[in-house]
Design a protein around this ligand. Structure first.
Ligand code: NAD
Ligand code: TDX
Length: 332
């Protein structure tokens, strides 16, 4: 199989490349990545001799068409992925998440290539803390932020290209990932690296917002399950029953790093901050037989803390610029 991975120098995409190298050494991998602030070749260290890397933008329609035509399967991870950035400057989200996905869909249509689309549970909006409901594949789209609305738009393009043009595509919507190689702008790595730097973690608002955490390797094993056994045209929700509020996660990080669990600050809330996400992954489990391997969030978090402690050379180059962006962002 010749597999094209977009966004393979980012957090989830690079973990997907490493996992694929271990699980399927016979797969021929190409990574297409623009190496934005969120992508780095440091994330592909150890596999660089076994893959082909192309630096390029998915907004480049000619490049995308040519590359897609050289492959059997495309897995599309590339995106602008951070809600806070989307509140500050939405345009790159429209360009990459919507126009970039359009270019990929036109190319897979042109060459009749199998396509898997990576998306997020944020397209469904949010749930109340006391709502017993969880998101399913039939929950109505109701995105809150520029980020989640552009991801929702890209999902709808995929559905239309399946129905109108017979494109061989599947979609997955996953909950919040954690694990190695996640950018320090994101919640868990930001707080771990703050503690390493002697800074206090920063909790938006009251900190009671709930995220449904899943280890990145579980997300990626689910993606492989869908590539191998997913039904064309189908959407699968990926989640590992990992609901936790941000306050508890910050306290776990502090305790896990030998600090006082109360040693954090509440800061001004994110505008439009989604209250709770929760995934019902019954379809993926019953129809495709997938199971997560990381059932214990606390040990997964401890391993993630160890990774950031041992890999300062990976994250240090991004830390100051990231904190500067936060410090100059006003209300965000
Ligand atoms: P990330 O920001 O860490 O990585 C994104 C990668 O895409 C980077 O390597 C970046 O250089 C690349 N990229 C950005 N714009 C590009 C462009 N125009 N052309 C080519 N490459 C470009 O993101 P992530 O957290 O790894 O997320 C990957 C995918 O998973 C996204 O589609 C995201 O919406 C989805 N997702 C993420 C999570 C999560 O918790 N992080 C959860 C569910 C779904
Ligand atoms: O410093 C912080 N303090 C804080 O309290 C940051 C950066 C975040 N938060 C809160 C906001 C959220 O409730 O932590 C929670 C997680 O925040 P993020 O890491 O920014 O993730 P989120 O906005 O939930 O979106 C993530 O999950 C779904 C990814 O960034 C998306 O790409 C994915 O689609």
């Amino acid at each position: 199989m010749r597999l094209l991975v977009t966004g393979g120098a980012g957090f989830i995409g690079s973990n997907f490349v490493h996992l694929t190298r271990q699980m399927f050494p016979e797969v021929r991998l190409t990574v297409l990545d623009a190496l934005t602030y969120a992508g780095t070749l440091r994330s592909l260290q150890g596999v660089e001799d076994d893959i082909r890397f192309v630096k390029g933008d998915i907004a480049d329609r000619e490049l995308v068409n040519r590359l897609v035509g050289e492959h059997d399967v495309v897995v599309h991870f590339a995106a602008e992925s951070h809600n806070d950035n989307s509140l500050r400057e939405p345009w790159p989200f429209v360009a990459t998440n919507i126009v970039g996905t359009f270019n990929l869909l036109e190319a897979v249509r042109d060459h009749d290539v199998r396509y898997h689309h990576i998306s997020t549970d944020e397209v469904y909006g949010d749930l109340e803390l006391d709502d017993p409901a969880r998101f399913t594949e039939t929950t109505a789209y109701n995105p809150s932020s520029p980020y989640s609305s552009t991801k929702g738009a890209s999902d709808l393009l995929v559905r239309a290209w399946v129905r109108s043009f017979g494109v061989r595509a599947t979609i997955s919507n996953c909950s919040n990932n954690y694990g190695p190689r996640q950018h320090v702008e994101k919640f868990i790595p930001r707080q771990i690296t703050n503690v390493i730097d002697g800074q206090r973690p920063k909790l938006y608002g009251d900190g009671l917002n709930v995220r449904d955490w899943i280890h990145v390797d579980d997300h990626n094993s689910a993606v492989w399950t869908i590539i191998e056994r997913g039904q064309i045209g189908q959407t699968y929700l990926i989640g590992a029953d990992g609901e936790k509020n941000n306050l508890d996660v910050v306290r776990l990080i502090l305790a896990g790093m030998g600090k006082d669990p109360q040693d954090f600050d509440h800061v001004v809330d994110r505008p439009g901050h989604d209250r709770r996400y929760a995934i019902d992954s019954t379809r993926l489990r019953t129809e495709l037989g997938w199971r997560p391997q990381y059932s214990d969030f606390e040990s997964g978090l401890a391993a993630t803390i160890d990774w950031y402690r041992s890999n300062e050379a990976w994250w240090r180059p991004e830390k100051d610029a990231t904190e500067y962006r936060y410090a100059t962002a006003g209300a965000i």
